[in-house]
Design a protein around this ligand. Structure first.
Ligand code: NAG
Ligand code: NAG
Ligand code: CA
Ligand code: CA
Ligand code: CU
Length: 352
């Protein structure tokens, strides 16, 4: 079953476009929780006014300007053989399995998720307009919205009524027109599409990590553990990541200290020195989505050759075990490359 919700979206220079959000409702899957994999923005009709995604990647506009300290605030993961995936998948249909060997070249990956401060430097330097800004809206979790904004919204997303398409929601206005980021410049940036994330990384002379690179980083040198620090969610009864505590989606007790995003330097890093790789915000990877992984050893795998969805990893502050146990290294989800939401961000990588 496919439900299509259309919204009158105004894009000043390009009003001939019809944008719709396509909500794929698959009865055999569990309800979408905070994962948002059923939230996808899709361009159905391009007519004569294509959105300039190609411009985003124009080399002229995006010269790597910080080449000298390219690898500052990054960690090097040494080339070699690693295992990703799991033979004890929790969501089989997600393609969490099988456990399989990957051989990777050395690479660097950001210690931290890209923050609002980082992203604002990029926007200042390049005047990049995010896709959320071009489309004029983005998805926000209902519990974070003011009553004013909530009352203006008529559409509700089937299968995930706690996600609302909010006009003017964007990286610098995460909860819509009456919000700002002035007290969370050190928090992870959100409402960035895969295309926006690519443009940011490219500007720095970097790229997005492959799913295999991301997952090897997540595992922090441990074998077959659920989380970057081991198998216990709360070692010594301490919170190691920002997810949802309390009854989802009605009661966010924020025992971990955060209702929404958290500063990218908060919580202890894993053994590789990488922070918030699970929890806080979902992170885009460069791979096209696929679920039928071979158990054969792969060398520098890059996902499906093509597709409609990109892989995102790590879960977010909206994840709860009862709905969306996806804050595990092997877990994965997907969105179209032009989708944005209030719990979806990224970090960059670069080949060594
Ligand atoms: C930003 O939002 C806070 C409330 O979250 C508000 O107190 C502050 O005045 C806002 N700042 C600006 C510049 O609008
Ligand atoms: C939320 O959950 C906590 C812990 O279970 C409980 O003490 C509190 O009363 C709940 N609040 C609401 C509004 O349901
Ligand atoms: Ca939390
Ligand atoms: Ca994360
Ligand atoms: Cu989730």
């Amino acid at each position: 079953m496919i439900e299509v919700l259309t919204f009158p979206l105004k894009i000043s220079e390009c009003i001939c476009l019809l944008y719709v959000f396509v909500i794929f409702a698959n009865a055999s899957e569990e309800k979408d929780c905070g994962c948002g994999k059923n939230l996808n923005r899709q361009r159905l009709e391009e007519s004569s006014c294509p959105v300039d995604n190609e411009d985003i990647l124009d080399d002229e506009l995006f010269k790597p300007i910080y080449k000298t300290d390219l690898t500052a605030k990054m960690v090097e993961i040494k080339g070699g053989s690693y295992f990703i995936g799991t033979n004890a998948p929790f969501f089989v249909a997600d393609g969490e399995g099988p456990r399989r060997e990957v051989e990777l070249n050395s690479f660097y990956i950001d210690k931290y998720e890209v923050s609002n401060a980082d992203f604002s430097k990029f926007v200042k330097a390049t005047e990049h307009k995010t896709e959320a800004e071009k489309f004029g809206d983005s998805f926000v979790f209902e519990g974070l919205l003011s009553d004013t904004v909530k009352n203006e919204i008529k559409e509700v997303v089937a299968q995930a009524p706690w996600w609302l398409p909010v006009k003017q929601a964007a990286w610098n206005r995460p909860e819509g027109s009456d919000s700002n980021i002035s007290d969370r410049m050190d928090h992870a940036v959100v409402h960035v599409s895969w295309n926006d994330a690519m443009a940011y990384c490219k500007w720095l002379g970097k790229r997005l990590p492959t799913e295999a690179e991301w997952e090897v980083t997540c595992r922090g040198g441990l074998n077959d553990r659920l989380f970057p620090w081991g198998n216990k969610l709360l070692p010594n009864n301490e919170h190691r990541t920002n997810i949802w505590q309390g009854e989802f989606p009605v009661n966010n007790t924020a025992e971990d200290g955060f209702i929404g995003t958290n500063p990218v330097t908060h919580f202890p890093p894993n053994d590789y020195g990488v922070y918030n790789i699970v929890g806080n915000v979902w992170e885009w990877t460069s791979d096209w989505w696929m679920t039928d992984h071979t158990s054969e050893k792969q060398i520098n795998p890059t996902g499906a050759p093509s597709g409609s969805d990109k892989v995102k990893k790590g879960g977010s502050y909206l994840c709860h075990k009862s709905y969306c146990y996806r804050y595990r290294c092997a877990a994965r989800s997907q969105n179209t490359p032009d989708t944005s939401a209030g719990n979806l961000g990224f970090r960059c990588a670069v080949s060594a």
